[in-house]
Design a protein around this ligand. Structure first.
Ligand code: GLY
Length: 304
């Protein structure tokens, strides 16, 4: 199997002035992940490294640059999964970590559990020596301004910002990566700061297995992005894998799943897919989706 990778930096109404930043961040993430694959590394290492690169990039709604919750805090969600044995780790509503995707991997590899949340996830992070990051290190001026603007409104409705309505989403992007390695193992990872001004403790689709990501060597790896309250209702990532398992190609499975999301719950978002044959695809029903991929021949493509 020739290794390849596809990454995304969110699906929403990305303003023209930040297109280059999104393309640059996705390209860097895809390059980082592909370098690991090209030197014989695993797809799990590749997706973790790709997502870490976007968590460090304040352009995206993951790690540094995440949206603030109602208390002005940053609470992060992430998942990582490998498709050989269906092992996964996830964290939700965790504070003070820059790389929740790595914490999710540590949950998978060093605990007997699959998911840790909130204070328990933070305690585990400390117990494995992860650096504790003060909230101001995760904050950007742009996100603080957005938060103050929202807080200034009389009554904030989640749908004002990112909705299962006709309005295009006006917020930052969840990030994700899917890769296949030389052994034919597919892995997927997703990381997010969630939605702007979310309730404290709100968890979206991203860390939920089968919703924000899924990986199964007998079908595909998938990472989803969009409003979690819609995506989790249709178990988005597993829906894509089911279609591939039934014989759909990566592109058809991605397109049909996004149509299903729209028809069933009026959801807005997108997915990236890597099928078991190394064919990648993406689909979205938002004005933009930031995507970069490196195919089996080493060819890079960046789109928005
Ligand atoms: N899809 C990211 C979230 O809704 O939290």
């Amino acid at each position: 199997m020739r290794p390849s990778i596809i990454v995304h930096g969110g699906a929403w109404d990305i303003p023209t002035e930040v297109h280059e930043a999104h393309k640059h961040g996705c390209r860097t993430a895809a390059e980082t992940g592909y370098a690991i694959l090209a030197s014989g590394g695993s797809s799990l290492d590749a997706v973790e490294a790709a997502v870490r690169s976007m968590e460090e990039d304040a352009t995206f709604d993951a790690g540094k640059g995440s949206h603030l919750n109602r208390e002005g805090e940053v609470e992060l969600d992430a998942i990582i999964m490998e498709g050989a044995e269906l092992r996964f780790g996830a964290v939700a509503a965790v504070q003070h970590v820059l790389h929740p995707v790595t914490l999710a991997r540590l949950v998978m590899e060093r605990t007997e559990h699959c998911m840790l949340v909130g204070e328990g996830a933070l305690r585990f992070a400390r117990s494995v020596g992860m650096e504790s990051v003060p909230v101001h290190d995760l904050l950007t001026e742009w996100e603080r301004e957005r938060w103050e603007q929202i807080r200034g409104r009389k009554r904030f409705e989640q749908r004002d910002v990112f909705a299962g309505s006709a309005a295009p989403p006006q917020c930052n992007g969840t990030v994700g990566a899917v890769a296949i390695d030389g052994n034919g193992t597919v892995s997927a990872a997703t990381s997010t700061g969630g939605t702007p001004n979310k309730m404290v403790g709100r968890v979206g689709d991203s860390p939920l297995v089968g919703c924000g990501a899924y990986a199964d060597n007998s079908s595909a790896g998938v990472s989803a992005t969009g409003l979690g309250e819609s995506l989790m209702k249709v178990v988005m990532a597993r829906h894509v894998c089911d279609l591939v398992e039934k014989g759909a190609g990566a592109q058809r499975a991605a397109d049909e799943s996004v149509s299903y999301l729209e028809q069933k719950v009026r959801g807005l978002g997108g997915v990236i897919v890597m099928d078991r044959g190394g064919e990648s695809a993406f689909s979205h029903n938002t004005p933009h989706m930031a995507v970069a991929s490196v195919d089996g021949k080493g060819k890079m493509r960046v789109r928005i």
